[in-house]
Design a protein around this ligand. Structure first.
Ligand SMILES: [Zn+2]
Length: 335
């Protein structure tokens, strides 16, 4: 499968609203304080990276050569979890997991994405932030930098709310049609990591598998595991605004939407945690677990371990979720 920066699918256009705020729910955040690059910019600035498009394209292409040795070892130690999540241990399985879920990707900012529909959107109040676009992406809760986000879950749910057969988004000059949650639309930002600060003036390359784990995380957001019910759609239709909708909409498996972190002081109140089994952070962690086993370089291994622990720390499961096996299916609307 070819991953162009965007695919052209022409549809009727009528610009209605932009959609940067979905990054709250679906973007993968990294804490600015965790790397501290801003404070040392003058003295020891980060090395110039490669164009993000090129790095991302290479990361995606290399998923198919993921080393199965780590996956097999991870399976042996973890009850075949890697195979249950990815459908097998080979790079081909990993690559298929991604390509089944991400149809289009582009490098840009949240504000590069606009939504179109053939008709007026009645329920945009469900998705629309109360404040303007700009303040929505800079509100205090947004303490980190978004690395990437997947727009398709909320766009697809929006499509269902509107009873439209598709919804069209305009991404960096191209149009993309969303008809299924599996028509994943991933936007990678300029924060997509290439270097990290090991010490004050010591920048090291981020292991490629750490970035690939971000791609895997975003791909998981393209699963509506267990489907979404007509009753849930009615609840969403009745919501006053996004805040109200997310309070009422408890089905986080559909789109594997994050919840506000309550157990992590540094992320308290930020929608970057999971309280259901096998969400995006868990799937990302399974990939990272195998990547750690594949990595011989001790510096890279340490970096991957710390990322693994950070992602795992964002999972706060109630007891009822702890023994749930991975369900990697995706469904539509049910009665
Ligand atoms: Zn996410």
């Amino acid at each position: 499968m070819c991953y162009n920066a965007s695919r052209v699918l022409s549809k009727q256009k009528s610009l209605l609203f932009s959609l940067p705020f979905v990054s709250f729910a679906l973007g993968l955040l990294i804490l600015v304080s965790a790397c501290g690059r801003e404070t040392n910019k003058d003295k020891c600035s980060r090395p110039d990276g490669h164009p993000v498009e090129d790095v991302a394209a290479q990361d995606i292409a290399s998923l198919s050569s993921f080393n199965s040795v780590g996956a097999i070892e991870f399976d042996r130690e973890n009850n075949n979890t890697f195979s249950q999540v990815f459908g097998g241990t080979s790079g081909k399985h990993v690559s298929k997991f991604f390509s089944d879920r991400i149809e289009t990707w582009a490098v840009g900012n949240p504000s590069d994405v606009f939504v179109f529909s053939a008709n007026n959107l009645k329920y945009e109040n469900w998705l629309k932030p109360k404040s303007s676009v700009k303040s929505a992406i800079t509100e205090p809760a947004m303490v980190g930098s978004v690395l990437a986000f997947n727009l398709s879950p909320l766009l697809w749910i929006q499509m269902l709310l509107e009873n439209h057969p598709y919804i069209v988004v305009y991404v960096k000059g191209e149009t993309v049609s969303i008809q299924s949650i599996r028509d994943g639309l991933m936007v990678i930002t300029e924060n997509y990591p290439q270097y990290y600060q090991a010490n004050q003036c010591d920048w090291k390359e981020v292991p490629q598998t750490e970035r690939q784990a971000i791609l895997i995380h975003e791909a998981r957001h393209s699963d509506c595991t267990g489907g979404i019910s007509v009753a849930e759609l009615e609840i969403l239709r009745s919501a006053e605004n996004k805040e109200d909708a997310f309070t009422k909409f408890q089905n986080r498996r559909c789109g594997h939407l994050h919840v506000k972190c309550e157990h992590l002081p540094e992320l308290k109140g930020v929608e970057a945690c999971d309280r259901h089994a096998w969400g995006a952070h868990a799937v990302q962690s399974v990939f990272l677990g195998a990547a750690i086993l594949n990595t011989q370089d001790q510096t890279a291994k340490q970096r991957l371990k710390s990322t693994f622990l950070e992602m795992m720390s964002r999972i706060d499961l109630p007891d009822s979720e702890k023994a749930v096996p991975p369900d990697m299916s995706s469904s539509g609307v049910y009665r």
